[in-house]
Design a protein around this ligand. Structure first.
Ligand SMILES: NC(=O)c1ccc[n+]([C@@H]2O[C@H](COP(=O)([O-])OP(=O)(O)OC[C@H]3O[C@@H](n4cnc5c(N)ncnc54)[C@H](O)[C@@H]3O)[C@@H](O)[C@H]2O)c1
Ligand SMILES: [Zn+2]
Length: 391
């Protein structure tokens, strides 16, 4: 987009058109087709992928109630396929659901030339994606994401999988789709809490990779919170592009892709010590990003001014469930048992300035413990933030 004299407003964004964002994967390129009206092109886009013996939609009862009619109209489903619904609660993101879906595909006569279309948020995408990866050793997959998180994040990059009682996303595979079809109209029925959680991941993208988008969010957050069509028409493809760019360069998270974990080392610890009950994931990420900004500042990497801007923008998402009353040492233990910890060494993504981030594995646990201790205190009960001690 163009910003005149350095001033970036959503109004300056040209009217929405469908965007095609290429994503590179080891299995070839696939496009993210993003924009209002994308769902109406579903049948045409799928036909362009080749001939399928049958099309099988995998979704959840809740998602299908909300968007089923619209999606079905867009897909123009003909004979042969079926709609397979499973519970998309995080607690049902497990191997039992994969068995349920694959058995249902079997009973509906799906074969190796069938297509699976995952319609839903990240849970549906991850579980249906994994089912598509393992059913008959792999059938083709299309994602139609219906949450903000899935539209800007989870549907892009090919990660699929399920949880074990021992931890989150411990079983899975990289299984890129043939196509991701993203339509902001599908978000209309999304709850406010889920929508704001998605915005936290958008703020994350801005902090790690897009200073201009950060400035736009700063100016136009009110519009974004009201789900202004123009704002979403700008933000969703812009964020899909960021995710696509990162995963295209590092599909298997051997380096660059790690920056997408900004705020997540703290977030995973917050989720774990509260047994995944207190926070919507984006809320934990919101806290986690503030903590990561403080940590960056403690280490002399993130300037006080950037920390203040990061915290101020995150606070505009609204009040967060409180920081848990557990000792910092317990949080630190939770961080150590995160699967992203390598050989017992904690890794943190830190921002060197807004729009840039890098992964660090040399952070002293003592400093982390201090940050864990003061983060909830710096973000005062009045929701006002002060960096007095750290100016
Ligand atoms: N594969 C990846 O790269 C990746 C990246 C990020 C997150 N994830 C995974 O994604 C999951 C979280 O995904 P999410 O944030 O999309 O949430 P979600 O899939 O849990 O959906 C949240 C809630 O919104 C409902 N919902 C979905 N679409 C709706 C709509 N249009 N209208 C009304 N309700 C709707 C769902 O039924 C659910 O109750 C986690 O399991 C996480 O591990 C995966
Ligand atoms: Zn996340």
């Amino acid at each position: 987009m163009r910003c005149s004299r350095g001033v970036c407003y959503i109004e300056n964004v040209p009217p929405m058109k469908l965007k095609r964002i290429p994503v590179k994967s080891s299995a070839g390129h696939y496009p993210v087709v993003s924009g209002a009206g994308a769902i109406r092109r579903a049948a045409r886009e799928i036909a362009a992928l080749g001939r399928f013996s049958s099309v099988h939609v995998v979704s959840s009862p809740k998602v299908w109630r909300a968007v089923g009619q619209t999606v079905q109209r867009g897909l123009q489903l003909s004979k042969g396929g079926a709609i397979h619904l499973f519970d998309d609660a995080e607690s049902a993101k497990n191997l039992r659901s994969v068995e349920q879906i694959t058995r249902s595909l079997c009973r509906a006569g799906a074969d190796r030339q069938s297509l699976v279309v995952a319609v839903g948020g990240g849970v549906v995408g991850d579980v249906a994606g994994f089912a598509a990866a393992v059913f008959l050793r792999g059938v083709k997959l299309v994602h139609i994401p219906t949450t903000l998180v899935s539209q800007v994040d989870s549907s892009i990059g090919g990660k699929t999988g399920v949880n074990l009682p021992e931890g989150k996303n411990l079983v899975g595979s990289f299984y890129p789709p043939q196509l991701v079809l993203t339509d902001p109209e599908l978000l209309r029925s999304l709850s406010d809490r889920e929508f704001r959680g998605g915005l936290a991941e958008i703020i994350k993208h801005a902090i790690i990779a897009d200073a201009e988008m950060f400035a736009i969010l700063d100016k136009d957050m009110d519009k974004v919170l009201l789900r202004d069509r123009r704002a979403l028409g700008f933000l969703i493809p812009r964020n899909a592009e960021i995710k696509a760019r990162v995963v295209s360069r590092d599909e298997r998270e051997s380096g660059l892709r790690e920056i997408l974990n900004f705020g997540h080392t703290f977030a995973h610890a917050l989720e774990s010590v509260t047994k995944y009950r207190r926070y919507q994931h984006g809320e934990a990420v919101a806290w986690g990003m503030m903590a990561a900004a403080f940590l960056g500042h403690e280490l002399g990497l993130t300037r006080a001014d950037d920390v203040s801007r990061i915290v101020a923008l995150i606070r505009r998402l609204g009040p967060l469930p409180p920081w848990p009353r557990v000792p910092a040492t317990a949080m630190l233990r939770a961080m150590h048992s995160d699967k992203k910890t390598r050989a017992g060494v904690l890794r943190f993504v830190l921002s060197t300035c807004i729009g840039e981030a890098r992964s660090y594995d040399t952070v002293s646990p003592n400093i982390v413990e201090r940050v864990l201790h003061f983060t909830p205190r710096l973000i005062s009960a009045s929701n006002r933030f002060s960096l007095r001690r750290h100016g």
